[in-house]
Write a protein that binds this ligand. Structure first.
Ligand code: AMP
Length: 215
C-alpha cells in the first residue's frame, strides 16, 4: 500500500506515520528526516538544503525528488510506504506519479489532515523527539509515560528541531499555502484524496486514518 499523509507543519503527519509504520509495517518516508540526516552528516546535499530549511523555505524540487526516487527502490519499500512531507509542490506530485508508473506501482490514498492554523504554532513549538529512536513527543499533548524516558526505546536524551520556533513557523505556513496546498486539487481530480480531522485527539485521528486505509 502506498499512502501520502498530507497537511501543514504540525498537523501530526509524523506522529501518525510513525504509528502506521509500527502497526502496519509500511515504511515511513519523511523527506524532512532525510534532509536533516544529510544536514547532520554534512553531505553536499545537506549543505544545499541547510539554509532553506533554517529559513522555513522549501528545498528545491530536484533535491527532494532525487531523494525519493532512490529511496523507494530500496528493498524495505517493497511492502509499501507512507510518504510524510512529500510531495510538497505540484511538480513533486507529478514526478512521484512518473516514478510510481515506471515501477508499476499505484498510489492508494492521499490523506489530508485538516487543522486550524491557530493550533499549529503551539503544536510545533512544544514538540521534541527521542535523540535515539526519533519517537515524537510534545510538552503538553504527548508526554512520555515516565518523565524523561522514551516510551519506545528507553532513551533519556531528547532533541528539538532548529526550525521549530515561532519565527520560522510563519514562513513554513506561508510556503504551505503558496506551494503545497495547490497539490490538493491535483489529487482530488484523481479521486484519491481523503480527509481526516487533524484537530481530534491522536487516538481519534488514528482511528479515522485506519478507516481510510481499510476502505
Ligand atoms: P518537515 O520535517 O517535513 O517539516 O520538513 C522540514 C523542512 O525540510 C521543510 O521546512 C523544508 O525546508 C524541507 N523539506 C522537507 N520535505 C520537503 C519537500 N518535499 N520539498 C521541499 N522541501 C522539503
Amino acid at each position: 500500500m502506498i499512502v501520502i499523509l498530507f497537511g501543514p507543519p504540525g498537523a501530526g503527519k509524523g506522529t501518525q506515520a510513525q504509528r502506521i509504520e509500527r502497526e502496519k509495517g509500511l515504511v515511513q518516508l519523511s523527506t524532512g528526516d532525510m534532509l536533516r540526516a544529510a544536514v547532520g552528516a554534512g553531505t553536499e546535499m545537506g549543505l544545499k538544503a541547510k539554509a532553506k530549511m533554517e529559513a522555513g523555505q522549501l528545498v528545491s524540487d530536484d533535491i527532494v525528488i532525487g531523494i525519493i526516487r532512490d529511496r523507494i527502490q530500496e528493498d524495505d519499500c517493497k511492502n509499501g510506504f507512507i510518504l510524510d512531507g512529500f510531495p510538497r509542490t505540484v511538480a513533486q506530485a507529478e514526478a512521484l506519479d512518473g516514478m510510481l508508473d515506471a515501477q508499476g506501482l499505484k498510489l492508494d490514498a492521499v490523506i489530508e489532515m485538516k487543522v486550524d492554523d491557530n493550533a499549529l504554532v503551539d503544536r510545533i513549538s512544544g514538540r521534541y523527539t527521542c535523540a535515539k529512536c526519533k519517537a515524537g513527543y510534545h510538552d503538553t499533548n504527548l508526554k512520555p509515560k515516565v518523565d524523561g524516558v522514551c516510551d519506545v526505546c528507553g532513551g533519556t536524551e531528547f532533541s528539538r528541531r532548529a526550525d521549530d520556533n515561532a519565527a520560522t513557523v510563519g514562513k513554513r505556513l506561508e510556503e504551505y499555502y503558496a506551494l503545497t496546498a495547490p497539490v490538493l486539487p491535483y489529487y482530488a481530480e484523481k479521486g484519491v484524496l481523503q480527509q481526516v480531522d487533524g484537530m481530534a485527539g491522536i487516538e481519534e485521528v488514528a482511528a479515522q486514518i485506519d478507516a481510510v486505509l481499510a476502505a
